[in-house]
Design a protein around this ligand. Sequence first.
Ligand SMILES: [Fe+2]
Ligand SMILES: [Fe+2]
Length: 282
Amino acid sequence: MPITPQELIANLGDLPPLPQVASQVLRVSADPDATAEDLRKVISMDQALTSQILKISNSAMFGMMREVTTLTQAIMALGFSTIKSVVIASSAKNLYHRGAVGLEERLIWEHALVSALASRAFARSLRFPRVEEAFIGGLLHDIGKSVMGVKFPERYGALLRTVYNEQGTSLDLELETFGFDHTMVGEALVSRWNLAPGLQAAVRWHHDPSEAPDGLRELPAIVALGNQLALEEKVGIGDPSHLQGATTQAMAILRLSEEALADFKEGIRDAIEQDKSMIAEF
Ligand SMILES: [Fe+2]
Ligand SMILES: [Fe+2]
């Protein structure tokens, strides 16, 4: 039996906090009265973040037509919700890099980024209203793996290597070894960070979207599709066929036929191929 969330938190001890700038950005971008200037002030307190936002604004990911040189331009050009995604991406990157070491670390981060791009592309194709939420969901879906990598470096590193070599699935092995899996750990983290309920559901239920609470199943379903596509593109650890169950559930939730899914995937693969150029610079 999986352990309770309370036992899980007790087992994990302190969870990494969301960096202060990121939580302020979340607060400002959720405030309907906030202005671009308010957002600029918060972000400009962090020099590394500022230069990262400028770099990303000018990368292929957002396809800007002209060069963005100031934070104000970046905010105007990208909009609040995209800036929010970039800030969370940069926080997530630091977190992913504190997790599992070496090969696994890099693979997990690239998998997060490609899943985010794919989830966002699926959201667009499906006319899901909150495409940036799909991006963040894709980005954070496996964040529990990093937390486990930080908390249990030896045991979790060994587990990932087994999954990598034997092409098994991490979920079953995690449950067997720890009594909980990366989706539970991830949910504990993002609920601690007060992220939107849909995002919490996406992190918790990306392997079982139909188990998500009523009204919150679409985002986990979209992220499930993004997750599988990333593995199909050979970005990440694991065999995409192990995610077929999640994909079948996602198709039912999103009312997607085999043909429609195949059509979407074709377009999305091309888009990702172009976006991939920015993976190295992120
Ligand atoms: Fe996962
Ligand atoms: Fe994943």
